[in-house]
Design a protein around this ligand. Structure first.
Ligand code: PLP
Length: 549
């Protein structure tokens, strides 16, 4: 700051001349939440002298809020006032900048009020980023979730410093609370043996019940619609046994390309299991020529084209390769209009993006818990069955004793008929795997403490937005981010196509202590997660890319 002979005590207010005071007032007060302080009316000599406009008559509204005042002025006289449509580049254009905690919500409120934001929201948030290291450190200092990093074990690199762990889309980090919770059950086993099924605070017999509410919260389901069991691909098979009931005319399945290989194997084997040919029965929604991700409108077109032949649609909610988040409600509605069952593989979506499976009316979904849910390698997976199916005990399924009504479950040889539980539990086959469920409890407690998916998503949008901004600075001719730019069309992962020496670049990242992964021939997938990654890590990652030749 330069030295002056005077001292400005505060920036008091910003005055804006408006065309219609009532309209502008409703924007600043009702949409942005400023408080109306007073409404002076100025006329006569004083008004002319203050403004320098002879004959000025002004109706004014003074608004207070957020440490600043906004003065809206509507000139009622003189009559020769000009209405100029200033562009930001025109001399005289002024702007007021506000710092907000949730830009997305602000933009939605502005749109709902009938006002129009000039730029796209994505562009606006990028404009506020800076490539300076200090800026990254400042974002970390301001991050309300920064303390959650401490709740995870961060693997150390060769230099003894934590690696930059952007591999949460593959295997989430170990919550520090996981060891104690597993040891507790180890102790129960040691001390109680078979009695631990019923005799502890967390009886093994109903251990899966402890996961129900938090998991239902993460996928936006009613508790009766979710069950934690098995592994993802097994659950996909179980769902397909129920929901893929091909007939002569309706036998096709629609998937996205590329789908995760295990899903493709599972779906093809389901088709073959019904003595059908995948070449005829499997339809793939592909990106258009020269495009990298699948357009929702193209999926909807395929649904309409094959509408009366499609039995099931099965799509990865967030694509494992591109990081694209599909429009789950739109695809579901389009499919159900044509009488098609819709299921999603949420391996890359759960714990990454907010979900509302019940309200979106999704028929079924499956997920694993070892990625963004940090529940340990191969940990228990989950399934969602919409209430309208979950309570239908007549649906065909593969049965096992834990899907049976608990009242008769232990009568075993006395009541041999299977009576399904009228909820998602009716698809449970075996007794709960305690040691694969226990770490998930530790992780879910962290999600709860962090305030749930909305808060995590707000940070995630910023973290990945910053990541993309820095990659853009690093040189768009050398890298193409194949993940969609729109925040509503992606989770935290960015898939970066490296045009020059991709394998060497990946090796450099590894040597610098970065954990991410490489997909042949040239794509690096990196997933900064809001629970344990920092803005500075994103900055360091982008620096390595920027320096790569
Ligand atoms: C999208 C997707 N689907 C399915 C799977 C397979 O999961 P599982 O081995 O738990 O069956 C994975 C594993 O990474 C995946 O990413």
């Amino acid at each position: 700051m330069s030295k002056t002979l005077f001292r400005i005590i505060a920036a008091d207010h910003t005055g804006i001349t408006v065309a219609n005071l009532e309209r502008s007032l409703s924007f600043w007060r009702d949409v942005l939440g400023f408080e109306l302080s007073h409404r002076p009316h100025q006329t006569g000599n004083l008004a002319s002298e203050i403004t320098g406009v002879p004959g000025a008559e002004i109706s004014i509204a003074v608004l207070k809020g957020y440490g600043h005042k906004i003065e809206l002025l509507e000139y009622l006289a003189p009559p020769d006032r000009k209405h100029v449509d200033l562009r930001p580049c025109d001399v005289g254009s002024v702007h007021v900048a506000l710092t907000v905690d949730n830009l997305h919500a602000v933009m939605s409120a502005i749109a709902a009020s009938g006002w129009k934001a000039v730029e796209k929201e994505e562009l606006r948030s990028r404009m506020t980023f800076s490539a300076d290291e200090d800026f990254a450190l400042q974002l970390d200092a301001e991050d309300p979730l920064r303390q959650f990093r401490e709740k995870f074990h961060l693997p150390l690199g060769k230099n003894g410093r934590p690696v930059i762990y952007f591999a949460g889309n593959s295997l989430g980090l170990m919550p520090k609370g996981a060891r104690a919770i597993v040891e507790e059950e180890m102790d129960n086993w040691a001390k109680l043996g078979v009695d631990a099924h019923h005799a502890t605070g967390t009886p093994w017999y109903s251990y899966h019940e402890t996961l129900r509410e938090p998991i239902a919260g993460l996928v936006g389901a009613k508790p009766l619609e979710v069950i934690c069991m098995n592994s993802l691909t097994v659950n996909l098979h179980l769902m397909m046994v129920t929901f893929y009931q091909p007939t002569k005319s309706r036998f096709k399945i629609l998937m996205e390309e590329p789908a995760f290989p295990s899903d493709t194997y599972a779906i093809k084997s389901q088709i073959v299991h019904h003595w059908l040919d995948p070449k005829e029965a499997l339809i793939l929604a592909q990106p258009r020529k020269a495009e990298l991700t699948v357009r929702t409108e193209d999926i909807v077109d395929l649904i309409q084209k094959h509408g009366d032949q499609l039995a099931v649609i099965m799509i990865g909610g967030v694509n494992f390769f591109t990081g694209q988040l599909f429009n789950i409600p739109e695809i579901t509605a389009a499919a159900q209009n044509c009488g098609i069952i819709v299921g999603f593989d949420l391996a890359h979506a759960i714990g990454n993006v907010p979900l509302a499976l019940h309200d979106w009316n999704v028929d079924f979904a499956v997920w694993c818990s070892y990625k963004y849910l940090n529940a340990s390698p191969g940990a228990v997976a989950g399934a969602f069955v919409h209430e309208r199916h979950a309570t239908n005990t007549n649906l065909p399924r593969l049965a096992g004793w834990f899907g049976n009504d608990p009242n008769t479950r232990f009568r075993l040889h006395l009541e041999p008929e299977f009576i399904p539980v009228p909820s998602a539990d009716g698809w449970q086959i075996s007794n709960p795997p305690i040691f694969s469920m226990a770490p998930l409890r530790a992780s879910l407690a962290i999600f709860d403490e962090a305030g749930g998916m909305e808060r995590l998503r707000a940070k995630s949008i910023k973290l990945t937005g910053y990541f993309e901004f820095l990659l853009g600075q690093a040189g768009s001719n050398r890298f193409t981010v194949i993940t969609p730019r729109k925040r509503d069309a992606r989770g935290c992962q960015l898939s970066i196509l490296a045009h020059e020496h991709p394998r060497e670049l990946f090796k450099k990242l590894q040597a610098a202590g970065v954990k991410c992964d490489f997909r042949e021939p040239n794509v690096i997938r990196a997933a900064p997660t809001p629970l344990y990654n920092t803005f500075h890590e994103v900055w360091r990652f982008a620096k390595i890319l920027a320096e790569h030749q």
